[in-house]
Design a protein around this ligand. Structure first.
Ligand code: F6P
Length: 319
């Protein structure tokens, strides 16, 4: 293989830059030319393709976001758009593509693979919602940002004897909420994987108050319910001051922590090694500390992420 392309796609995640850096440096060390595709699949379709050199990835290991840029590009679902994208790749002589992103990005890579274009998926998303890997790039850094925010909320909610609801990203995956609950010591955890029962929450709050808890933190994944409306109802039902905080895109920013830099570096190197072995339509993961790869179609269609019941139990035991 002589030329490889790389793009980042979907929501950015801290650690995408170290992943690009690892791909670029591994390619160059093996005499392979490497091309950066700017702004994800949108840039691929618009032919925003630039040759990268060693220096292109200097001083990016510590930077959040992705210097290649990213985009959400639903048009990539159209076969004609993908055909034009492949033509752009072929025009530059690029023989294979590394895609760093979440499940939407994997879908694009899967479709390109099905059209005969070799792709490797690297899991880059804060959500930790990809099957076949214990961790996605960006999850740990994002988790730390959330825990820092929850600590701050604890200070103020304890000073005011308030109930604090904190809405956490994750799309339809409760991992960030679950881990942040255990690490941040929140009293109540609400995740999409478990049915949400408002009466049960109110009963738990009453129980906590009876035990002398003067303040409470409720961690909840986005999309479960309207947190501002929930805060109002809790206030009405309990007579206790309640505030909702939506952490939002703050969660996606910041320098990648060491764990994500190492994970991204390992995954970046591994993706090039797979392409050098002639592999295609694979997605990379880390399982039990080891680099693994799975069929990307199988990963998207059949594999499921196991829900961490153990952590859910733990958060309930420790509350
Ligand atoms: O997939 C990452 C993520 O941050 C999700 O947690 C969230 O639901 C979504 O992206 C937000 O997307 P956008 O940045 O396009 O608003």
């Amino acid at each position: 293989i002589k030329k490889i392309g790389i793009l980042t796609s979907g929501g950015d995640a801290p650690g995408m830059n170290p992943a690009i850096r690892a791909v670029v440096r591994t390619c160059l060390a093996n005499g392979i030319e490497v091309y950066g595709i700017y702004d994800g699949y949108a840039g691929l379709h618009a032919d925003k393709i630039v040759k990268l050199e060693r220096r292109s990835v200097s001083d990016v290991i510590n930077r959040g976001g992705t210097f290649l840029g990213t985009a959400r590009f639903p048009e990539f679902k159209e076969e004609q758009v993908r055909r034009e994208a492949i033509q752009n790749l072929e025009k530059h002589g690029i023989e294979a593509l590394v895609v760093v992103g979440g499940d939407g990005s994997y879908m694009g890579a899967k479709k390109l693979s099905e059209m005969g274009y070799p792709c490797i998926g690297v899991p880059g998303t804060i959500d930790n919602d990809i099957a076949g890997t214990d961790y996605t790039i960006g999850f740990m850094t994002c988790l730390n940002t959330i825990v820092d925010a929850v600590d701050r909320l604890r200070d103020t909610s304890s000073s005011h004897n308030r109930i604090s609801i904190v809405e956490i990203m994750g799309r339809y995956c409760g991992d960030l909420t679950l881990w942040a609950s255990v690490a941040g010591g929140s009293e109540y955890v609400i995740v999409p994987e478990k049915d949400f029962c408002e009466e049960a929450l109110l009963a738990q709050l009453a129980d906590g108050e009876a035990k002398g808890k003067k303040h409470a933190i409720i961690a909840i994944t986005e999309h479960v319910t309207d947190v501002n409306a929930l805060a109002k109802r809790i206030e009405e039902q309990t007579g206790r001051e309640t505030r909702a905080t939506i952490l939002g895109h703050i969660q996606r920013g910041g320098a990648p922590m060491a764990f994500d830099r190492v994970l991204a570096s390992r995954m970046g190197v591994f993706s090039v090694e797979l392409l050098m072995k002639g592999e295609s339509a694979r997605c990379i993961g880390i399982q039990n500390g080891k680099m693994v790869h799975h069929d990307i179609i199988h990963c998207l269609e059949d594999m499921k992420r196991p829900f961490r019941e153990d952590l859910f139990e733990l958060s309930n035991v420790l509350f």
